[in-house]
Design a protein around this ligand. Structure first.
Ligand code: ZN
Length: 129
C-alpha cells in the first residue's frame, strides 16, 4: 500500500490529489487493475469531479455547506458534526481503473481530497491491485 500526506489550509476545502495518486500507481508498478484511494478520517473524504473549471468544486463546497450547516443543534460534543455528516455524504474511498500504468480518468476528471474540518495534516492510502 502506498500513501501520502495532505496539508489542508481551511475548514472546508477540496484539494486535487490526482498527481499524487498517479505517483502511487506508478510506484506500485501496476499496469492493469484497480486503484483504490482511501481516506482514514471521519471528517474528510475523497471524490472525483471536474478539474478543468475550479468553480465546480467551489459550487460543491458552497452547496454542501448549505445542506449541512456548521451549527444546527447537533448533539456531538466535539462540535464538528457537520464535518462528520459531510464525510459520510461524500464517502471515504473511491476506485479508479488503471490502464497501461495510468489512472483511466475521464478528460475532465480529477481526484479530490475533501477537507471538512481543517486545517489539518491528513493521510491518503492508495491500494493498487
Ligand atoms: Zn467529532
Amino acid at each position: 500500500m502506498q500513501g501520502f500526506s495532505v496539508r489542508t489550509g481551511s475548514r472546508t476545502e477540496f484539494i486535487d490529489i490526482t498527481s499524487e495518486v498517479q505517483q502511487a500507481v506508478s510506484a506500485s508498478g501496476l499496469q492493469e487493475g484497480l486503484c483504490m484511494v482511501f481516506v482514514p478520517h471521519t471528517t474528510a473524504g475523497v471524490t472525483i469531479n471536474e478539474n478543468a473549471d475550479p468553480s465546480v468544486m467551489n459550487d460543491l463546497r458552497m452547496e454542501l455547506n448549505k445542506v449541512v450547516p456548521f451549527e444546527d443543534g447537533y448533539t456531538h460534543l466535539e462540535g464538528n458534526s457537520a464535518a462528520h455528516l459531510k464525510s459520510s455524504m461524500v464517502g471515504c474511498s473511491c476506485m479508479v481503473p488503471v490502464e497501461g500504468g495510468r489512472l483511466a480518468l475521464g478528460t475532465w476528471q480529477g481526484v479530490y481530497f475533501c477537507e471538512f474540518d481543517g486545517p489539518r495534516t491528513r493521510k491518503v492510502w492508495v491500494t493498487c491491485r
